[in-house]
Design a protein around this ligand. Structure first.
Ligand code: ATP
Length: 289
């Protein structure tokens, strides 16, 4: 049997860190939105009893260190599956970029393993398994627009982002999420995003109310180290974006546009200026339920 899936990337429309817990984890309050930029994964069950990963990316591990491997192995060991799985990954989401590229591949692996081996697990059960691999994995299983709290695992579905065009631009640097959180001074943050106000704006379908509240406290760590992020944000706004923000721990920047041509123009300008390694225009992705 063979199963092919799209694994969608996400942006954070708002990202707040509420506090650092005693166990070292950060408590967050974020608005997540999946976008129509996705990795394509194909899963086949095999008799060999091993997990084999092939990908078009030369920067990703094809071994046990790949998060897809970890997800498949967790399902196999939990449910006593002896057959193996062969995975082929067409990587399109930028890596180490703040778009949950790894978490979404792991989420796709949980969904595919459930179908491939006819386990009959509910989405909630898959999400509980997923959090053992990474805090963003349950959200990537859920997809769409969500308020994410706790360490990222407490999820509430909220009204979808109104239709718009999102310019995505990843500068040619990679950022480690761990490094960003280690350097965040959570108790000294001067500003906190208005996440509740953004939820209310989404409920009203008020795109301007959403973009006016776009803020990410992790910019206080990543931007001083990589000032080109600020430069990309400014160019997007000059080119007509309603607002622009760093996604997750960065370095990817997204700009929200009402007009598709303006979004495309911003991407062309950033590409011509050689500020980006990868850039495109996408729309929000909201799964049919
Ligand atoms: P987040 O937004 O959740 O912080 P990210 O987009 O910043 O994630 P990822 O693309 O998920 O970062 O990559 C983080 C690290 O995970 C990379 O260093 C990468 O080598 C490793 N990794 C392992 N497997 C994968 C995978 N299938 N796809 C992407 N990265 C992977």
């Amino acid at each position: 049997m063979e199963i092919s899936l799209n694994a969608y990337g996400k942006i954070n429309l708002g990202l707040d860190v509420v506090r650092k817990r005693e166990d070292g984890y950060h408590e967050v309050k974020m608005i997540m939105q999946t976008v129509q930029l996705y990795d394509r994964l194909t899963f086949c069950d095999t008799k060999e009893g091993s997990i084999v990963i092939e990908s078009n990316s030369d920067v990703l591990p094809a071994t046990e260190d790949n998060i897809i491997y970890k997800a498949c192995e967790l399902v196999r060991s939990t449910y006593g599956i002896t057959r193996g799985v062969k995975v082929s990954l067409d990587k399109r989401i930028p890596v180490a970029a703040g778009m949950a590229g790894g978490s979404t591949d792991a989420a796709a692996a949980f969904v595919a393993m459930n179908k491939l081996f006819d386990l009959g697990l509910t989405e909630g059960e898959l999400m509980k398994l997923g959090v053992r691999i990474g805090a963003d994995v349950p959200y990537c299983i859920m997809q769409g627009t969500a308020l994410s709290e706790g360490i990222g695992e407490i999820l509430t579905g909220i009204a979808p982002m109104p239709d718009c065009y999102i310019a995505i631009a990843k500068p040619p640097v990679s950022v480690s999420t761990k490094w960003v959180y280690q350097n965040l001074k959570a108790s000294e943050l001067e500003r906190h995003p208005d996440i509740d106000g953004m939820v209310a704006a989404l409920e009203r379908g008020d795109l301007r109310g959403v973009t006016d509240r776009m803020e990410n406290v992790l910019e206080t760590v990543t931007i001083p180290e990589y000032p080109e992020i600020e430069q990309i944000k400014n160019i997007m706004i000059d080119k007509g974006a309603m607002n622009a923000l760093m996604s997750g721990s960065g370095p990817t920047v997204f700009g929200v546009f009402e007009d598709k041509d303006m979004a495309q123009e911003a991407v062309c300008c950033l590409t011509d200026m050689k500020l980006v390694q990868q850039a495109c225009v996408v729309m929000p992705y909201n799964r049919e339920r």
